[in-house]
Design a protein around this ligand. Structure first.
Ligand code: GLC
Length: 745
């Protein structure tokens, strides 16, 4: 439809019909027989009795073709203006082919592959009739206590910007400004804004930060999403500096729409419009509706506030009526861009089962590659890669676990998972290794804290002591033990904030029992966040961070264990040495009294008296089976103007025995600024394949745009002066350094 036709359609709608477009409900409202009765979901949600279910604009989390067709059919038959329903769902990192959790994906630093994975997810969604996915989540996170760190891109703005841009391209296609093509769907970036910085890492807690930190660290990834033409933005649950994001006019209207130029659909998070009351920000439902609409929220996800109150809010209030019309226009335009007016089923009705690409060999191959590149080798004293003739025991709750898909794999089916055991059996002869559970996953009695997920925790028919006893017996008969340990996926994700990030107690007991045997020990960690691995690291010959690696995780791990694949992952988030360090991240300020090693023990420096300042593993860290040596940094000039390009060149030599990928990282330090500058910021990187014995020359181009900062007057601009350039293999190991000066126009 043309814009004029959309406007004409909107003009023909009653106020009630317009309001209905702003309402998002779940599919149960359209189950046979419920939509007319006032009992059931209508009553439960508190929808007013006159609400016409066939005015509703969109449906949440119905994700199979048959049900979508059925609901759309019923809706179109019963609705006057036949504006098709939008179907939206949480397909965050995979539909049926499940990829590693986003925090793992960004450890690949391979954004071509990340985009390919998003494209696979979009295609599988398209084939089942989903129109909108609530991805990418791009909240920056520096605090691993927060459970949703698993679905975030980690601590760094540049990584998060690239993740936002490339996932949206994968989901929507590259030129989705007008029409969203077949095999693509609409993306929804979330959660606007700064949801990843709750006080004390506690879920849904307040977020309080300076505008300077908000703009320099937390907003860039959302801006990158808007620049990538994301179709929807989702508001965050949290207050930002005292004002709930969902009712925050400064955030949503001034920043998102006016400053960023976002003209798409702004959807609330689940029940967040009604929660404006709970926040103590809206004095009742009518004020909540008023504040959300004024903050240009277009869709009220799963509450009755818009449905019940907007008619009163817009009555005899021209400004609010205009806002309502603008919201309807954005929603109907999105449906138009998806082609729903031409085909409300987007090809569903004539798709053939044979043409399904769901869980295809190609899709699983993409998942395998991304899983391999997301896994991070943290320690290796040479025990890896394993020799195939070694007798190996694989012990632990994750030795043969299918539940390794992470918390936001709502369509994933664990029966599709390749477990560690299956992966190893694919690679190495079965008589060379033994498997056993070794310990309980979680401490008895600790699972009620997991709420509704408690019943998902496997019961443990065998006692912890018997499991340990069996594990010791098995371990005594082998050369090498692989311990497959970690947190439960239900200790991670939404509502999964934790105050103790060490391994669950039963697994610590297993670790100590096996350690006492003095066998060579390889520890694999499954988790949705950085755990505290300081003791585990000390006592393991090798340590691998597997994250929740998705459908193909077991095969990816086995290929790395046996050297079929040389690991290349690098951490997108720092691993604390202890809980007391949190938040610990690489791009910190220098302070007036930096704790410099050369000062030795100096009490009056920015330090702890009982812990190091340094994380156990820094941002950007990950090792390979080979060794890369950095040398010969050079600049094409020592001074640059605003219009120059400064070229930094280094050489990286593979001096080890394996071909491998190395992620060469470039950090900048702005020596002086009108605001204190971080000791380093990642400004570029290149993932390069270097054969053993080969040396590669790698160049980076620095432009003035990369030197811009938020100044003390909050303007965004570069400032003249000196910059340090550091290049190396992670944010701490930066052997090559040069300096240059920005000298002006
Ligand atoms: C959840 C999450 C959000 C998700 C939405 C719909 O509470 O905060 O990320 O997209 O509700 O399920």
């Amino acid at each position: 439809m043309e814009k004029s036709e959309i406007l004409a359609l909107i003009d023909s709608l009653s106020v009630e019909e317009k309001i209905g477009q702003l309402v998002q409900l779940t599919g149960d409202f359209f189950a046979d027989g419920t939509e007319t009765t006032v009992t059931g979901p209508i009553k439960k949600l508190g929808l007013h009795q006159g609400y016409n279910i066939y005015h509703t604009g969109s449906i949440l989390n119905i994700t199979n073709a048959e049900e979508i067709i059925k609901i759309q059919d019923k809706y179109l038959k019963n609705s006057t203006h036949k504006i098709p329903l939008l179907f939206m769902a949480d397909i965050i990192y995979g539909f049926r082919t499940i990829f590693p959790i986003p925090l793992a994906q960004t450890c690949s630093w391979n954004f071509d592959l990340i985009e390919e994975a998003a494209s696979v997810s979009a295609k599988e969604c398209y084939e089942e009739g989903v129109h909108v996915t609530f991805a990418p989540m791009v909240d920056i996170v520096r605090d691993p206590r927060w459970g949703r760190v698993m679905e975030s891109p980690g601590e760094d703005p540049l990584i998060a910007e690239l993740y936002a841009q490339r996932v949206i391209q994968g989901i929507q296609g590259k030129d989705s400004e007008q029409k969203i093509p077949a095999d693509k769907i609409a993306g929804c970036v979330k959660h606007f804004a700064a949801y990843g910085a709750p006080v004390a890492g506690r879920e849904y807690n307040a977020v309080d930060m300076s505008e300077h930190t908000l703009r320099e660290v937390y907003l860039p990834s959302y801006l990158a999403a808007v620049k990538a033409k994301v179709k929807l933005v989702m508001t965050a649950f949290n207050t930002l500096n005292g004002i709930p994001s969902t009712g925050n006019e400064w955030l949503n209207k001034k920043i998102l729409r006016e400053e960023f130029g976002f003209a798409g659909v702004l959807i609330s998070d689940y029940a967040a419009v009604e929660e404006l009351i709970t926040h103590g920000y809206a004095n009742g439902a009518k004020e909540a509706a008023h504040l959300a609409l004024k903050a240009t929220v277009d869709i009220d996800m799963k509450t009755s506030v818009f449905a019940n109150e907007l008619a009163g809010v817009v009555q005899s209030d021209e400004q609010m009526m205009t806002l309502l019309n603008e919201a309807v226009y954005r929603i109907v335009s999105l449906k138009n861009e998806l082609g729903l007016f031409e085909d409300p089923y987007r090809g569903l009705k004539n798709k053939s089962a044979e043409s399904s690409s769901i869980l295809s060999v190609k899709h699983k191959e993409t998942a395998l590659r991304l899983s391999e590149e997301s896994i991070v080798l943290l320690k290796n004293d040479g025990i890896l890669p394993l020799e195939k003739d070694k007798k190996v025991a694989i012990i632990g709750p994750y030795h043969d676990e299918t539940s390794t898909l992470g918390m936001w794999a709502i369509k994933g089916d664990v029966k599709d998972t390749i477990t560690l055991k299956e992966g190893i059996n694919k690679i190495s002869e079965a008589d060379h290794h033994q498997f056993c559970r070794g310990s309980h996953l979680l401490e008895k009695g600790s699972t009620q804290s997991l709420g509704k997920y408690e019943e998902q925790i496997p019961n443990e028919p065998i006692s912890q002591d018997e499991l340990i006893e069996e594990a010791v017996k098995v371990a005594e008969n082998v050369d090498i033990v692989i311990l497959a340990l970690g947190e439960s996926i239900y200790q991670s994700g939404e509502g999964g904030s934790r105050t103790d990030l060490t391994l669950p107690k039963p697994q610590q007991e297993l670790f100590e029992s096996i350690r006492a045997l003095n066998k060579s020990l390889i520890t694999i960690i499954y988790s949705g966040r950085p755990l505290i691995l300081t003791d585990v690291e000390k006592q393991s010959n090798a340590l691998i961070q597997a994250w929740f690696p998705g459908t193909m995780g077991g095969e990816a791990l086995a290929r790395i264990l046996y050297g079929v694949t040389n690991p290349s992952g690098k951490l997108s988030m720092s691993f604390p040495r202890s809980m007391g360090q949190i938040p610990v991240y690489y791009s910190e300020l220098n302070t007036g009294r930096p704790n410099l090693a050369e000062n030795g023990f100096y009490r009056f420096a920015s330090r702890y008296i009982d812990e190091s300042n340094q994380p156990l593993y820094p941002f950007g860290y990950g090792i390979s089976y080979t060794t890369f040596r950095y040398k010969n940094i050079s600049l094409n000039k020592k001074q640059m103007t605003h219009h120059d390009e400064l070229i930094v060149t280094v050489e990286v030599e593979n001096v080890g025995n394996y071909d491998g990928d190395e992620i060469v990282q470039l950090y900048l330090k702005d020596r002086f600024g009108s605001t204190a500058r971080p000791i380093k910021i990642l400004k570029d990187f290149k993932k390069v394949f270097i054969k053993k014995g080969e040396t590669k020359s790698i160049s980076f181009t620095i432009v003035e745009e990369q030197l811009k900062i938020y100044r003390n007057d909050m303007s965004y601009a570069s400032e003249l002066g000196q910059f340090d350039v550091f290049i190396g293999s992670n944010s701490e190991d930066l052997p090559l350094k040069e300096t240059f000066e920005l000298v002006g126009e």
